[in-house]
Design a protein around this ligand. Structure first.
Ligand SMILES: *Cc1c(COP(=O)(O)O)cnc(C)c1O
Length: 433
């Protein structure tokens, strides 16, 4: 075994050899070496303790180092870590199916356990396309999608991202063009204006004979801009999709498992999508796992068609460790009063971030469930703001013009206050420069 690295050696090797998300190999951002994470605290190798405001991108809803999830993983690891899902099955996967069936709308009966969020979206697209082939309407093979959305980084999912962003420019020769619909114009807390549905209505009216599906992130558009829109939009979208025979795919990879104040964001509008994608918080932030759920109508049509199979099957499909973590995380969520915890976080975020709306550099502060967003007028310079946030003892990772908090549901009032005060202090100090 090579001798263990000093922190400086580690950082140098990292800088020279490891890609981080959306990173440069020549001018990499500073990265901070983590030695441990527990509850709402991330500890760095130098001993600094940071209050976590990110839940590692929506996922660590119970905080870190959760004994119930650790125990489930240890028990499973002592049995087996993985077996192929082709021709074999196991209790962790079936137990997860049982839980997902219980939590989601009764219409969603069939589950594909994918290995990441992006892949679950790819599977959803395949399901929709295979369905229309199976029912002998192969002309229905185009996709409608909301602008400002984010559905992943693979080629099919990248094509669903807002065409204004850089990936479309770079890869446009390889991306399927889709029908982009302006994002819903009525924000979450405003009075519903039925005009907001007109762009979708027009697209479906004009193109329904060639449209397979509409895909959207219900209520909260995440990485595409942290925008919250009116749930009535979902109800209208559901009606229109039924009317024009277009499948509705709900991407709840970010919103699922309580983040918006409802267990699933579709619950704000009491709608059932034809296909539902879950990920991120599914395993409580421990391992990569996602699920694509669909109705018996769709699953049986695909299965009755001549090929008779859904054309997907990744190597690590239904990974038993990830499924065990998911089972433990779901049990933990259901055994706790998460709804009142999220409600309280919502109120504390509103109060704590309110001072930001007084600042000239801030465009808007918006809060929904355990998500608090400060949108700036201009994009922030990560190289300037990141060290200032760390100096406040908080882990917050802005992108573009958005500084946002999505803490775990177990964060204490005191820790949340340190998070919001830290954000207010850093934004104020930038504004006064
Ligand atoms: C993160 C995310 C994805 C992609 O999931 P990965 O696990 O990163 O592939 C897809 N859709 C939404 C809404 C997401 O937030």
């Amino acid at each position: 075994m090579p001798p263990s690295l000093t922190t400086n050696e580690l950082l140098e090797l990292d800088r020279n050899h490891l890609w981080h998300p959306y990173s440069s190999m020549l001018h990499p951002d500073t990265v901070y070496p983590v030695s441990s994470a527990d509850g709402h605290t991330i500890t760095l190798e130098g001993g600094e303790r940071l209050i976590d405001g990110m839940s590692s991108w929506w996922s660590a809803i119970h905080g870190y180092n959760v004994s119930e999830i650790n125990r489930a993983l240890e028990e499973q690891i002592s049995q087996f870590s993985h077996v192929m899902f082709g021709g074999l099955t196991h209790r962790p996967a079936v137990e997860l199916a049982r839980r997902l069936l219980e939590l989601t709308p009764p219409l969603l009966q069939h589950i594909f356990l994918a290995d990441s969020g992006s892949i679950s979206i790819e599977v959803a697209l395949k399901m929709a396309l295979q369905y229309w082939i199976a029912v002998e309407q192969p002309a229905k093979r185009e996709i409608a999608v909301l602008q400002g959305g984010y559905h992943g980084d693979t080629f099919a999912t990248m094509a669903l991202a807002d065409p204004e962003n850089g990936m479309h420019t770079l890869f446009h020769h390889h991306l399927t063009p889709h029908h982009f619909i302006p994002r819903p114009a009525t924000p979450f807390n405003h009075e519903w204006d039925d005009e907001a549905i007109t762009p979708l209505q027009n697209t479906l009216e004009q193109h329904h004979t060639t449209l397979a599906a509409l895909i959207l992130e219900p209520v909260v558009q995440g990485a595409g801009g942290m925008y919250f829109y009116h749930p009535q939009y979902l109800q209208r979208a559901r009606q229109l999709c039924d009317q024009y025979q277009v499948l509705l795919i709900a991407d709840e990879i970010a919103t699922g498992f309580g983040r918006t104040g409802e267990l699933f964001a579709c619950d704000h509008a009491s709608i059932t999508p034809d296909i539902l994608c879950l990920g991120k918080a599914l395993t409580g932030g421990t391992l990569s796992l996602a699920a694509t759920m669909t109705s018996h109508t769709i699953a049986s049509a695909i299965s009755e068609y001549k090929t008779g199979t859904l054309m997907h099957g990744p190597t690590f499909m239904g990974n038993p460790l990830a499924c065990s973590a998911a089972n433990a995380s779901i049990d933990l969520l259901c055994s706790r009063p998460w709804q009142s915890a999220v409600k309280q976080i919502e109120q504390e975020l509103q109060q704590g971030l309110a001072p930001c709306s007084e600042l000239n550099s801030v465009k808007e502060v918006r809060v929904l469930g355990a998500i608090g967003v400060v949108e700036m007028h201009k994009a922030v310079d990560l190289r300037v703001i990141q060290p200032l946030l760390v100096k406040q003892g908080i882990w917050v990772r802005p992108f573009g013009s958005l500084i946002y908090l999505m803490p775990s549901y177990v964060i204490t009032t005191e820790a949340l206050q340190r998070l919001t005060r830290g954000v207010v202090a850093v934004i104020s100090s930038l504004a006064s420069e």
